[in-house]
Design a protein around this ligand. Structure first.
Ligand code: SF4
Ligand code: SF4
Length: 372
């Protein structure tokens, strides 16, 4: 085992291969507070990539209602429980692995894939007598959109005995080489997020490819482009020790620390970052997004974004363009996004302009009402 540095844990950890960070790393930020579970992202991904034989059950993108939703069934509870039973809660899944495995994991049963919308819109909690609103809801739920995290230390890649899974050095996208895969399903077992799927027809594994044909031409993936709630931003992050304040992803993740990785304690350095929901009992979030300090800081920063021009400007870029935003800036009126060549690809006003029409339109000789 090699010793590699995991910035999300701020320590070195065991991994089967040496640390080899890509030139730049593909990453996403999802603002959970804005997701409405319309599943447009799910359908966009499904119709683009997984409409073939053997792919029927695959949801490379899914949106589950927390706390009761999960796909496959109990993916998160199962791995959390396994770590607890082994008394390995302070260890990553690589460090907690047994002698014969490279990562602690389990293979879901086929029944676990039968209920993709289990728990949908179901709330947890009860309202106690005399309750009053404090910002945290006593009855609560939230929507967790999930894709492959294109991890810096992918468990799927670590576990593959054929070295059929690779991480692209140019952008960190994790792919399965289908000509090398022999369908041993070690990747399915190892990925704690359960984002590799076994195709029973072709007998090989498949997973989210980050819409790399789009990314290669400077466009964000389908799940991002189609997001109705504008909760998503995809871009590239630099090395964690060299963040660029003009890069909106670096700014949100490394500099303002408003977006957090999902279950960083597993040790994979996942690259989908979530702005946590502000209305949810905090203990639930601490477990999911890297502990008390990280969650409290992210929520406090988010809640002050209205008074913070630069942070608000970075957030206005979500859903503003199909292009990948490499650089951004703000002035008094707008947030501007630029592509890799420095061309402006979006300009979003801080205040939505309001136009009042004259009551009487002289040209057409009609009266018009303004509805505000
Ligand atoms: S399209 Fe956007 S808002 Fe709709 S479910 Fe997906 S992530 Fe949520
Ligand atoms: S989320 Fe799972 S499938 Fe995706 S890179 Fe990480 S370990 Fe591999």
């Amino acid at each position: 085992m090699a010793k590699v540095y995991n910035w999300q844990l701020d320590r070195k950890m065991d991994y089967i291969y040496e640390e080899r960070r890509p030139r730049r790393q593909v990453a996403w930020v999802f603002d959970i507070n804005k997701c409405i579970a319309c599943q447009t992202c799910t359908v966009a991904c499904k119709t683009t990539w997984t409409s073939g034989p053997g792919q029927e059950y695959m949801l490379w993108n899914n949106v589950e209602t927390k706390p009761y939703g999960s796909y496959p069934l109990k993916w998160d509870l199962t791995i959390l429980k396994m770590r607890k039973q082994l008394k390995a809660e302070h260890k990553t899944i690589f460090e907690a692995a047994g002698m014969s495995e490279r990562a602690l994991g389990y293979l879901p049963e086929s029944d676990d894939y039968m209920y993709p919308n289990i728990g949908e819109d179901e709330c947890a909690g009860i309202v106690e007598k005399g309750a009053f609103f404090s910002g945290i809801h006593q009855v609560w739920m939230f929507y967790l959109a999930r894709i492959c995290n294109h991890c810096t230390y992918p468990a799927c890649l670590a576990a593959c005995p054929r070295q059929a899974i690779y991480k692209r050095p140019e952008d960190g996208i994790v792919l399965v080489d289908q000509s090398r895969c022999r369908g041993y399903r070690e990747c399915v077992k190892a990925c704690p997020y359960k984002k590799v799927f076994f195709n029973v027809v072709t007998r090989i594994s498949e997973k989210c490819i980050a819409c790399y044909p789009l990314i290669e031409r400077g466009e964000q993936p389908r799940c991002v482009q189609t997001c109705i709630g504008k909760i998503r931003l995809q871009g590239f992050i630099n090395r964690p020790d060299r963040p660029d304040p003009e890069n909106p992803m670096d700014y949100l993740i490394f500099i303002r620390k408003v977006a957090l990785p999902l279950y960083p304690q597993f040790g994979l350095e996942p690259n989908v970052y979530y702005i946590p929901p502000i209305h949810v009992p905090r203990k639930f979030l601490y477990q999911m997004f890297g502990g008390k300090d990280a969650v409290e800081h992210a929520i406090a920063t988010y809640q002050k974004a209205r008074e913070d021009r630069k942070l608000l400007g970075a957030m206005l870029l979500f859903g503003a363009t199909e292009k990948i935003v490499h650089r951004f800036r703000v002035d008094d009126r707008y947030a501007y996004g630029y592509d890799e060549e420095g061309n402006e690809v979006c300009r979003v006003p801080f205040e939505e302009p309001i136009h009042f029409r004259p009551l009487f339109d002289r040209e057409r000789r009609v009266y018009r009402l303004n509805i505000t």
